[in-house]
Ligand binder design. Structure first.
Ligand SMILES: Nc1ncnc2c1ncn2[C@@H]1O[C@H](COP(=O)(O)OP(=O)(O)OP(=O)(O)O)[C@@H](O)[C@H]1O
Length: 234
């Protein structure tokens, strides 16, 4: 198992946000974390990488308990995290932004070079010297993902990668995620958009009000429109 989360409870101040979250990601799997606005998707990701101070539970990454490790150690260990807000350097060019993410080769994860990333994201290759601030939102989103891949992660958490993208850019995002999977990266993708999730995921969890209320194969979810209608807004 690549990632195992058990009994995860998280709080913001006095507010209890996540309740006994349990989820698993297998080697090379793409798993969707589905849920409405405010259901707790981002908080789950932030908790996994140690960005939520007040949380309890067990987070096992590649068989190692990382629940007490600081964020930088978790990320350096090969767990990549792409937050919802695009955090690129607007004054740096595409190539310079990528260099910021560079980390050494890892024995158990695919190795990325700039050229390989430009194959994955052809539009980034066409604007290598453009400053990040002069790119569209969708291009910035791709650059954020590409920069995370420069760290050679074996698993990536992608927080709502399709949000705010035009249909054409969404198509490119689907292709890029499937290509990442093919290279062997395990992926957890949070989404409100079931259609997008279906195109890329093997399995899905649904989170509602901080609790996991469904876990199963994508096909099972398709066979249960009642679950879908009760917990997702489409
Ligand atoms: N920094 C914070 N302080 C207090 N409450 C917060 C904070 N961040 C999020 N929350 C609350 O925690 C709950 C879960 O939010 P979260 O961002 O994890 O949801 P989400 O499923 O990712 O939705 P979204 O798509 O809107 O990001 C919401 O009720 C939200 O209002």
């Amino acid at each position: 198992m690549k990632l195992q989360v058990a009994d995860l409870n998280s709080f913001y101040g006095p507010a209890h946000i996540l309740f006994d979250i349990a989820l698993e990601v297998g080697e090379g799997e793409v798993v969707a974390l589905l849920g409405r606005n405010g259901a707790g998707k981002s908080t789950t990701f932030r908790s996994i990488v140690g960005l939520v101070e007040n949380r309890s539970g067990r987070i096992m990454f590649e068989g190692k308990d990382v629940s007490r490790e600081p964020t930088h150690a978790i990320v350096r260990g090969g767990l990549g995290y792409v937050p919802e807000e695009r955090r690129i350097f607007t004054d740096l060019t595409v190539e310079e932004n990528l260099e910021v993410g560079r980390q050494p080769k890892r024995p158990n994860a695919p190795f990325w070079t700039r050229e390989k990333l430009f194959t994955l994201f052809p539009n980034l290759g066409e604007m290598r010297n453009r400053p990040g601030g002069r790119m569209s939102g969708g291009e910035q989103q791709m650059l954020t993902i590409a920069r995370t891949l420069m760290g050679n992660p074996s698993l990536v958490l992608l927080d709502e990668p399709s949000e705010g993208l035009s249909p054409k850019i969404v198509e490119q995002m689907v292709d890029a995620i499937l290509a990442m999977k093919k290279e062997g990266v395990s992926i957890v993708v949070s989404e409100q958009n079931l259609h997008f999730a279906r195109l890329i995921s093997d399995r899905a969890y649904i989170i509602e009000r901080g609790k996991i209320c469904f876990g199963g194969m994508m096909a099972e979810l398709d066979a249960r429109p009642d679950i879908r209608d009760a917990h997702l807004s489409l």
